[in-house]
Structure formats: structure tokens, C-alpha cells
Ligand binder design. Structure first.
Ligand code: IPM
Ligand code: MG
Length: 357
């Protein structure tokens, strides 16, 4: 029997509940497919601040680096919102991404036929469906550039800088072309090249690398236009590649048109097989510990882990199809709106998914 060591970063708010759901689903699918998992929790975010005064303890980084893969819930909450930037829970997320070298962030946004009714777009648009893979650069750009406070001409000033090296752009753009090659062979590179120098370098490199992928159709799109196109006609997109901040913003938009932000999983990958898997949504402190959170994004993140980290294609598909079946049957959590059955809590939705494995 294969045995995988999974590091658990439960984090804050709904983090512990949804991670618990994904662990239960992994254990169930492991039983069916004869795969063993050992789970080791590590502190991160506000939970780590409360316990040891910093959002990303060294033991956490070390534990993640020594795991076969890492599953993360969410970090942050109002309790820690007034701390200085370097002590905020969010800083831990950036820190672990950097420490593990996770420069690729895959965020698949697809409209489940069963959720067409929950899609906020006009019916004729929802009817066309969509299946988009957002490839977000995750360890560069303005998230990691120089920032600070200074005295300026008009008094107090703050600044953040966006910078991208050729190396950082090339490696993420290659991942995106490879991803497109395995899908519908259409890549949209999103930038702000009419204003930003980093975007002009980005665009130049996309065009250079495009020559190596003549089978992939590639187009540039300005980010403001992309935000509009995502709600006007999302079915035009296959793979999107974009910078750290544009990817953050566009993936939230893409998630909402799937019906709920509670649906989107993600995989953050290094250049090899190690990665960190997490839902794209946040810690939702307002619904924490009430058994209300939708566990699907985290459960689907576990399915991505099985596929990308462990090559356990069948087990991964088991989970995806169990989620499909549960949604098709009409079961919903509160964020997914209308349901023919009483709304399910986190735990009951997890039970349903396990029943359908
Ligand atoms: C995300 C989140 C994070 C990000 C925050 C919590 C730092 O919004 O993963 O999309 O901006 O990357
Ligand atoms: Mg985000």
C-alpha cells in the first residue's frame, strides 16, 4: 500500500472545519483505492500568532518541506486585522508559498451543469457553460516587491512595487502553454501592457514562447477587458495566464460565476511534484464553527492533490465524480442557494460526498 505524508495547515475561521472534511474524504477514498495517508497538523496564520506569536513558525515551514504534500484551509480574521503587515496571518500564506517555491497557482473555474441556476449570469450566457483554468503566477510581482512607508512631498506616503524578471515570467508562461496543450489549446495572457512595463516584458516573453507551441492559439488581453469578458462571455476562455495580483482578482470573479466562491479549489506547485492545495476562498470568520461552510472547494483541492502530487488519477476522479453526483442529486450548502432538499451543513455535505465515492 502506498503511504503519503500530508501536512495540514488548518488555519483560521472555517479553515479547521473544511480541512476536516477533506481529510475525511481522503480517508474514505484511500480505503476504497488502497492508499494510506498520514496527516500532521502545523500551525499557520492567526492560530499560530495566538499560540507562538508569529504567523509562520519555522516548524511549520520545515514540516511542509518534509511532507509529500500540504493541504491548507484558510488564514486571517478580524482578530488579527490590526497587526502590522509583517505579523498578519496573510503574511504566512505568502511566506509558505515562497518557502516552498510554489510559483504556479492553478485555479480551475468551471460551471457545473447542476449549478446553472446558482450562476449570477444571464441565462443565455450560463447556458453556454464554461471551463477555465487560471494559471496565476504566485511568488512574484507586487505581492513580493519592495514596499514601505516614507515621507513624501505631501507628507506620509506608502508604496508597493511590481517587478518581474524574465526567469519568473518564462517559467509560468511555459506552465500555461503546457496546460493549454493538454486542454482545448487556447491560451489568453492577461496583462496591462498599455500602462505597465512589467506587462510589456510579460507580453514580449509570451510571444517568444508562443513560437515553441504552434499548436496552441494564444491571445493577449488587457486585464480590464478580461474582467468584463469574464461576465460577458466566459465560454471564450480555456487557459488564462496572468500575474500574481491580476490572478488573485480574476479568480475571485471567476469563482463567483461558478455559483459560489465555495466551489473553487486550487493547486500551488513548485517545479517538481510538491505542492500546496487550498480552496481559493478565505476564512469566512462570520460563519466559522457553525457547520455552514461549503467544504467542496477544499474537497476538490484534495482531488487535485491526488492527481498532481501523487498521480492517483482514479482516486482523484472518484472525488470529482462524487461531488458531481451530490450536486446533480440536488444537495446544496447555504452559499449555493435554492435547493429541493433542506440545506446541508459542512458535515452533512461531506457525508453525502463520502456516500457517493
Ligand atoms: C488568495 C488569497 C490570498 C492572496 C490572500 C489571503 C493573501 O486572496 O489565495 O487568493 O491574495 O493570494
Ligand atoms: Mg484571493
Amino acid at each position: 500500500m502506498k503511504e503519503y505524508k500530508i501536512g495540514l495547515l488548518k488555519g483560521d475561521g472555517i479553515g479547521p472545519e473544511i480541512v476536516e472534511s477533506a481529510v475525511r474524504v481522503l480517508e474514505a477514498v484511500g480505503k476504497k483505492r488502497n492508499i494510506g495517508f498520514t496527516f500532521t497538523p502545523y500551525l499557520i496564520g492567526g492560530a499560530a500568532i495566538d499560540e507562538c506569536g508569529k504567523p509562520l513558525p519555522e516548524e511549520t515551514v520545515e514540516g511542509c518541506l518534509n511532507s509529500d504534500s500540504v493541504l491548507l484551509g484558510a488564514v486571517g480574521g478580524p482578530k488579527w486585522d490590526t497587526l502590522p503587515g509583517h505579523l498578519r496571518p496573510e503574511k504566512a500564506l505568502l511566506g509558505i508559498r515562497a518557502a516552498m517555491g510554489l510559483f504556479t497557482n492553478l485555479r480551475p473555474a468551471k460551471l457545473y451543469p447542476a449549478l446553472k441556476g446558482a450562476c449570477p449570469l444571464r441565462e443565455d450566457i450560463a447556458q453556454n457553460g464554461f471551463d477555465i483554468m487560471i494559471v496565476r503566477e504566485l511568488t512574484g510581482g507586487i505581492y513580493f516587491g519592495e514596499r514601505g512607508y516614507r515621507e513624501g512631498k505631501y507628507g506620509e506616503e506608502a508604496y508597493d512595487t511590481e517587478s518581474y524578471s524574465r526567469m519568473e515570467i518564462e517559467r509560468i508562461v511555459r506552465v500555461a502553454f503546457e496546460t493549454a496543450r493538454k486542454r482545448r489549446k487556447k491560451l489568453t495572457s492577461i496583462d496591462k501592457a498599455n500602462v505597465l512595463e512589467t506587462s510589456r516584458l510579460w507580453r514580449k516573453i509570451v510571444h517568444e514562447i508562443a513560437a515553441e507551441y504552434p499548436d496552441v492559439e494564444v491571445a493577449d488581453m488587457l486585464v480590464d477587458n478580461a474582467a468584463m469578458q469574464l461576465v460577458r462571455n466566459p465560454s471564450q476562455f480555456d487557459v488564462i495566464v496572468t500575474s500574481n495580483m491580476f490572478g488573485d482578482i480574476l479568480s475571485d470573479e471567476a469563482s463567483q460565476i461558478t455559483g459560489s466562491i465555495g466551489m473553487l479549489p486550487s493547486a500551488s506547485l513548485d517545479s517538481g511534484k510538491r505542492g500546496l492545495y487550498e480552496p481559493i476562498h478565505g476564512s469566512a470568520p462570520d460563519i466559522a464553527r457553525q457547520n455552514k461552510a461549503n467544504p467542496i472547494a477544499t474537497v476538490l483541492s484534495a482531488a487535485m492533490m491526488l492527481l498532481y502530487a501523487f498521480d492517483e488519477k482514479e482516486a482523484s476522479e472518484d472525488i470529482v465524480s462524487a461531488v458531481d453526483k451530490v450536486l446533480e442529486a440536488g444537495y446544496r450548502t447555504a452559499d449555493l442557494g435554492e435547493s429541493k432538499y433542506p440545506l446541508l451543513g459542512t458535515k452533512e455535505m461531506t457525508d453525502k460526498i463520502i456516500e457517493n465515492l
